[in-house]
Design a protein around this ligand. Structure first.
Ligand code: CTP
Length: 407
């Protein structure tokens, strides 16, 4: 079910005894990496509470169409656009009828009308209601509109009848939902990216830092998430918004960044060190603002830990990628850095060309790995990030296979 990683699933819950199974379904979808938002009809709330589904999904549950408070948060049109899939489970006979007739008389039917996302239905109802010619006609209409039908299963029903109408089990529904999505390069892979500058405090109001904008690291995070990865972005201070479907850990200093990076090991498959880490920090941070006095002053500095080489030498090391900014002998210095830091791959750029510096939207790089190299033309960082993640995705499975002990 790796194709569900990072997918945005709008789960519609309608009124029926099978609504209790929606709780388990949310679990399954979330375990597979999906982001789930729940919309409940009024009847559904007679069977299970919004609070339960809110706790399980980790998102507010949407229940009404004309709720000014909800509209101020994520409005219904935004929610309709947000969804990669609308999955209605359980789908009652009444909901199926309202959907087939194109009604928009509550939030869920309105979302189905307003969204371009595919719609999948897991019907749940009494066997006689399922067999009824009106329901069958509605199902035929919905199928003709490309709705996906998951089930129903046949068997013993809550009312004591035996026959078709039981909702499929949560596991089965989640697997069928996953099958609706194409697989991507990094489905289910955990990617950790460091980005931006670090700030090393001198006193409570001053610090040492650099001009890194974080743009390249943020673009990589976005590209990795788009390729299906579960992305953690460990970011020094930047002005950039967190990319969609990425979880960001904000840090200030190199030591914070190291601690946050080590924290991910064990659940990190690919580590990309894109941050411009300050190489040194003040030996001591003054407790109070330093007052000016003498004409000259010195600040004693001490080397910061090297984050990427600490990660690369860890017993639970992920596939580790670093960056190298050089002004001459690009290949020589980059390969040397890759070996010294124990990296699997290094992305090098020539910073003597100031068009592709820290704040630029373009970049031009050459990537080196032990047995090869690939040069990329100058392009937008967002486009380059997609190509770099595709290259990482090509190499990561080989590295993982090579690391497996042979049986
Ligand atoms: N890096 C790191 N921790 C540090 C310093 C650097 O993780 N304390 C990572 C960067 O994120 C980048 C790579 O190491 O992936 C860059 O290495 P670095 O030795 O800092 O390269 P340059 O900045 O090019 O410095 P120099 O050539 O002076 O060694």
């Amino acid at each position: 079910m790796k194709q569900l990683s990072n997918r945005q699933i709008l789960l519609g819950v309608t009124g029926g005894i099978a609504a209790y199974k929606s709780a388990e379904l949310i679990r399954r979808l979330k375990d597979a990496g999906a982001d789930v938002r729940v919309v409940m009809t009024q009847a559904a709330q007679e069977f299970i509470t919004p609070l339960t589904l809110q706790a399980l999904s980790g998102n507010p549950v949407h229940t009404t169409l004309l709720d000014p408070e909800a509209e101020a948060g994520m409005g219904h049109i935004e929610l309709a656009r947000w969804a990669d899939l609308i999955l209605v489970a359980p789908a009652s006979a009444n909901f199926i009828a309202r959907l087939a007739s194109g009604r928009g008389d509550d939030l869920l039917t309105t979302l189905c009308l307003a969204s371009d996302a595919p719609i999948a239905l897991a019907p749940a109802m009494n066997q006689a209601m399922w067999r009824d010619s009106a329901t069958q006609a509605n199902i035929a209409v919905l199928k003709s509109r490309q709705a996906h039908l998951f089930g129903p299963a046949a068997g013993e029903q809550a009312c004591g009848d035996v026959g078709p109408g039981r909702m499929l089990e949560a596991e089965d529904i989640a697997r069928r939902a996953a099958d609706l999505f194409q697989s991507r390069d990094l489905d289910g892979v955990s990617v950790v990216i460091t980005a931006g500058p670090t700030r090393e405090a001198i006193d409570p109001v001053r610090y040492i830092s650099n001009h890194s904008s974080g743009k390249m690291g943020y673009a990589l995070a976005q590209a990795a998430a788009d390729a299906g990865a579960r992305v953690t972005l460990i970011s020094g201070p930047t002005n950039l918004p967190c990319p969609a479907r990425v979880s960001r850990v904000d840090v200030i200093s190199a030591e914070d960044m190291l601690a946050a990076s080590l924290n991910t090991l064990g659940k990190c498959d690919v580590f990309i060190a894109c941050a411009a880490v300050a190489d040194y920090r003040p030996v001591a941070v003054a407790e109070h603002k330093i007052k000016k006095a003498a004409e000259q002053m010195q600040i004693a500095l001490v080397r910061n830990p090297d984050i990427v080489s600490t990660v690369a030498s860890h017993p639970r090391r992920p596939f580790t990628v670093g960056f190298a900014a050089e002004t001459r002998d690009l290949e020589h210095y980059a390969r040397d850095k890759m070996t010294r830091k124990g990296l699997d791959m290094i992305i090098a750029n020539d910073v003597s060309d100031n068009r592709i510096g820290f704040n630029a939207d373009q970049n031009q790089v050459v990537v080196f790995w032990p047995e090869g190299r690939q040069a990329f033309a100058e392009m937008a960082k967002s486009q380059l990030a997609r190509q770099l993640m595709a290259l990482v995705a090509q190499h990561y499975p080989h590295a993982r296979a090579a690391a497996q002990p042979s049986s």
